[in-house]
Design a protein around this ligand. Structure first.
Ligand code: SF4
Length: 478
């Protein structure tokens, strides 16, 4: 078996594979370009410890990196780090990602199994750390020295995404057990949430893989940790940027050659769609399927292009509320993406039905309940709009209860709501890394004290969950 320098562990979501974080795809490509071999191991078992030990013996790495981008992995990352150290205490354990940066000091106080946290962008810092293994000399690090917490400032950030790859000619050399990974259904949502009777777990198509198009966001949705505010604080970057189209197309070709049939594209930080019009044109030569998540309302042009460029398509739109009043209010106050009317939304859905219904194309609609300033009337408008969508466009929803969703708002670290709850008339029920660790641990038993982690001063956590349950039942019976 090959000896590789670095192993990347992607934590499991319950007993299932999650999706590989964008950071790992980018890091492994960056290291390869710099002559460093690595492997991404996606964990899925109940027996995390055994799998970690097996993979350490198989690859003999010097460094084990664990993704702690999504807070949902707070419990798993500690379990994986402990398993690495138990197998070989000489291996350095490094974590990185959004949540690692946010909680960096608290994590190092919580466990001694993690040696270094790389904050913000990790490409150059991880490369330098593999070389020297001295965190003192590396940008963006936090670590303990003689028991004292050391936090170096975030002085490195990526300024360009040119000449990167997030795929490989032979995906087996990038992702361990690639065949098994790509043919197994995975949990697509980055943060599935268990809210008593509701578990959001949207599964991938069997041979779907993420197409890395860009990073960052120019919008500032109040519930989102990856918003402009969150990204400015975590990555010291307030704007989004794209990868060159040629690089993205090269990745898509490599993915297709490795058995990928559907590309998952989840990016849209600007209102301008010109990048996607060009990209879809180029990708049309590949005859693949696509799952596309535009972050704004897709225009008729982009919907037409999508239908012509791909063998089949699924599109996911997130109006978040069916109430125009609420959406407008949030937008005007800078806490939601671009405003569009329900009439325009219906026109887009009409267009999707026109070009996609006969080909079996599918639509997902995502709404939320418990948003700041949402009234009972706003919620009823969301429900009314959703039911009318279900009835009018039934061919677009093979499983309407899974595809027309209203999820209860939950707390995400570094979102505007997390940072300034009082501005939104809200109260946090989780704050520290330990709170998130215990929440994730409780997900295993299903006995979760605070499924959402926040509540409004005028609407309790229990009442928000009741709204979500009511919505689900109403969609099912409509
Ligand atoms: S559009 Fe909104 S929800 Fe999506 S990444 Fe940007 S801030 Fe977050």
């Amino acid at each position: 078996m090959p000896n590789i320098d670095t192993i990347f562990f992607q934590p499991a979501i319950g007993n299932q594979y999650g999706v590989i974080s964008l950071g790992f795809l980018s890091l492994s490509g960056y290291l390869r370009k710099n002559g460093i071999d690595s492997r991404i191991v996606v964990l899925a078992d109940k027996n995390t410890e055994d799998t970690v030990a097996k993979k350490i013996h198989q690859f003999s790495p010097k460094i084990a990196c664990i993704s702690f981008h999504w807070y949902i992995h707070a419990y798993e990352i500690v379990k994986i780090a402990d398993a690495v150290k138990k197998t070989d205490p000489n291996i350095k354990v490094v974590i990185g990602g959004h949540s690692s940066t946010y909680f960096n000091k608290q994590i190092l106080d919580f466990t001694s199994s993690i040696d270094v946290i790389i904050k913000g962008d990790g490409e150059k810092p991880i490369l330098d750390y593999i070389g020297s293994q001295n965190p003192q000399k590396i940008e963006n690090t936090s670590f303990k020295k003689n028991g004292e917490f050391v936090s170096k400032p975030i002085t490195y950030r990526q300024d360009t995404l040119e000449n990167l790859t997030a795929a490989n000619e032979n995906m087996n050399e990038m992702v361990d057990e690639w065949e098994k990974y790509i043919t197994t259904k995975r949990v697509r949502t980055s943060a599935p949430i268990s809210s008593s009777t509701i578990v959001e777990e949207v599964e991938t198509r069997p041979s779907e893989f993420y197409l890395y198009v860009g990073k960052g966001c120019n919008f500032n949705c109040c519930f989102c940790g990856s918003s402009k505010t969150g990204n400015s604080r975590i990555f010291h970057r307030g704007t989004a940027f794209f990868r060159p189209i040629e690089d993205v197309v090269k990745d898509a070709i490599m993915l297709k050659n490795n058995g990928v049939e559907s590309l998952f594209i989840d990016f849209g930080p600007f209102g301008d769609e010109s990048y996607f019009l060009k990209l879809f044109e180029k990708l049309s030569l590949l005859d693949m399927g696509v799952v596309y998540l535009p972050w704004n309302l897709p225009s008729n042009d982009i919907i037409s292009k999508l239908s012509k460029s791909f063998r089949d398509f699924e599109i996911q739109i997130s109006p978040d509320s069916g109430s125009e009043r609420l959406r407008k209010y949030l937008c005007q106050n800078g806490f939601h993406r671009e405003f569009y009317s329900n009439k325009l939304l219906e026109k887009s859905v009409e267009k999707i039905a026109e070009v996609g219904s006969s080909r079996g194309s599918q639509l997902f609609l995502w709404f939320m309940c418990g948003l700041p300033f949402e009234s009972e009337k706003d919620y009823q408008e969301t429900l009314k709009l959703s039911i009318s969508m279900k009835k009018r466009y039934s061919p677009l929803f093979k499983s309407s209860q899974d595809q027309i969703n209203c999820v209860p708002l939950r707390l995400t670290p570094e979102s505007p709501i997390d940072l300034w709850p009082e501005k939104f008339n809200m109260r946090k029920l989780r704050s520290t890394f330990k709170d998130y660790y215990e929440y994730c641990q409780d997900l295993i038993t299903g006995k979760i004290e605070h499924p959402l982690g926040l509540e409004r001063n005028d609407l309790s956590e229990v009442d928000v969950i009741k709204r979500a349950v009511h919505y689900k039942e109403s969609i099912l019976s409509a």
